[in-house]
Design a protein around this ligand. Structure first.
Ligand code: GLU
Length: 306
């Protein structure tokens, strides 16, 4: 059942964030609905069939990890996308599900996935240095980044938006003149908001968006800017106090980051994304995570084999 714009939906988001019940682990069919604060109607994330005979010929990264563990970089402070429960350390969110479905196709069950929290500013160096084998964390595909890393996907398209206090008069990027705005170091929204045309008084850079949300709550900035998908998670956690303006002013196609020259791995990840879009897992994963905010699942974007 899909929950739409109701207090129940918000409660589910909160419960998920609080208990991080989005197990959905391959080979471990935990029933997250049991742990989501009585919200038994919350849709469960799918479990993913592990391809035990997976091979990616010609991939230097796969050669290194085959039969061992895969290290996947993601975020830990973005409810609905990439979130780590501080108590039991379980991971949940749409990005985490995308990571799990790809890992399953590459032959890694939940026990053999090592999630690693990597903030926006460290993504390129972590991918290039082999600190992570894949990166799935609201990572916009663009030409500048393609000089350093490769991208599979896109698997979702977000748009830059603004999170403000519920009583704020800010209705879009044109209302930011003279305002203080927070975003994350190394992100596309931070770069964009510094463009002179927006005329912001201060573009504050933080390590992650959760820290920006704290700045907004305590009044040291007027707005947080990043992708609408991310901001919706924080709005749900601060219902009645914060709101997403809902006037997106960019396109942020999310890709899976990987080693720049590993074309074989890129193709394998592209195929995995396509397969899970086709078999319904993508939509189920969306409904169990981002979809809890009330927005119906969009049609997934076409894979860009650049
Ligand atoms: N999608 C944007 C980016 O890749 C913002 C979100 C993020 O920082 O992860 O920079």
């Amino acid at each position: 059942m899909k929950l739409r714009n109701t207090a129940a939906a918000a409660a589910v988001v909160l419960a998920l964030a609080a208990t991080s019940t989005a197990c959905g682990k391959s080979g471990s069919p935990d029933d997250k609905s049991d742990k989501s604060g009585g919200s038994s109607s919350a849709p469960a994330a799918p479990t993913y069939q592990v391809n035990t005979s997976a091979d990616v010929k010609g991939s230097s990264v796969f050669e290194k990890i085959k039969g061992k563990d895969i290290t996947i970089g993601t975020k830990a402070d973005q409810p609905g996308l990439g979130y780590e429960n501080p108590g039991n350390k379980t991971r949940s969110g749409f990005d985490v599900e995308i990571a799990r479905m790809i890992a399953a196709d590459l032959g890694f069950d939940e026990k053999h996935i090592k999630f690693k929290t990597v903030p926006s500013e460290a993504r390129e160096t972590q991918i290039a240095s082999g600190g992570v084998d894949l990166y799935v964390g609201t990572y916009t595909i663009n030409d500048e980044r393609k000089k350093q890393v490769g991208f599979a996907g896109p698997y979702y398209v977000a748009g830059q938006d603004l999170l403000v206090k519920a009583d704020s008069s800010i209705k879009g990027p044109d209302d930011l003149k003279g305002k203080k705005v927070c975003s994350a170091t190394g992100s596309t929204p931070l770069k964009r908001i510094k463009e002179p045309k927006y005329g912001v008084a201060e573009a504050k850079a933080q390590q992650g968006y959760q820290l920006c949300v704290q700045d907004l709550v305590n009044g040291s900035v007027d707005a947080v800017t990043t992708d609408d998908a991310i901001l919706k998670g924080y709005a749900a956690e601060n219902k009645g106090a914060l709101k997403v303006v809902g006037n997106p002013f960019s396109k942020e196609p999310y890709g899976v980051g990987l080693k720049k020259d590993d074309a074989a791995l890129r193709e394998a990840v592209d195929k995995a994304i396509e397969a899970h879009e086709k078999n319904g897992d993508w939509k189920k994963a969306y409904d169990a995570t981002l979809g809890l905010s009330g927005a119906a699942a969009p049609t997934p974007p076409a894979i860009d084999r650049y």
